[in-house]
Design a protein around this ligand. Sequence first.
Ligand SMILES: [Zn+2]
Length: 317
Amino acid sequence: METERSGAPTKAQLEKINAFARREMKAEEVYVFRAALCDNEVDRDFECFSRDALEKLAPLFVGKTGILDHERTSRGQAARVFAARVEEDGTKTTARGEPYARLIAECYVARTAETAPLIASIESGIRKEVSVGCAVAKRTCSVCGKATCDHVRGRRYGGELCFHILDEPTDAYEFSFVAVPAQRAAGVVKGFSGARKEENGLQQDVMKRLETGTGGLTLSEAEARELRGAVKRLRERAEDGDRYREALAERIRRAGAVAQPELGRELLSAIVKGLSVREMEELAESFTKAAERKIPVQPQLFTEKNAETQADPAFRI
Ligand SMILES: [Zn+2]
């Protein structure tokens, strides 16, 4: 979903805006634009809102704020929804066979130095994907109509695609705008109940583009930030992995010194280098068991066997 270019508010829009604004705003002080928040098409998570859900979501989004590029620290960049309604596009039909409809939010931002980048990017035609979050009370399977069943979203049953129909929205949350290069294929970034689908903190969508992309790859500022974060987290996990490997290597060298003393510490170190963690774990286990067999067993003075030995008539005086 994307934002659309607009500009100065009409008189009627300004009246609605001033119902939310902390102080009376003049037309030249605000910038208004439209944002398509969500639609009734089946999305890439194999979920879709019912038409009725869109209608019920509209008033829930009024008064909610939208933040640029997940920049939650900068409240000054927040846009606010002052009106929302469902708009139908009679030329398109959804996978469910319904007329295509979108929930359109009319938003405003105060014209300030902080909001200048948001306004400039909308003006320049750079698309802003809108990521919305909401809570729904009802979720039904498209195949059987039940709330809980064994059908799996995204699979086909007798040629029929299974997806979930989201109904009865109970709340709408703050949403965010993510700047995306205009040439990028259309797509919706969204989360329900605030849950975003991520892999190591990286949106799966970005991961997919990294893995399957050929030639150049263009990332938005927000995506680049997410990627940097993901790389940092992976690096930390890699360090943990290295520490575990070193601990395993030391265990192999120690147990090996007893189990296979002829190999020597140097040779063991060289062998271990070429092994996977799984192989190292097996070797450590095997050497430890072998070493335990070689190490003299603690005297078991009070076992029955010892008592018998002591009771052996041959040892009687
Ligand atoms: Zn089902």
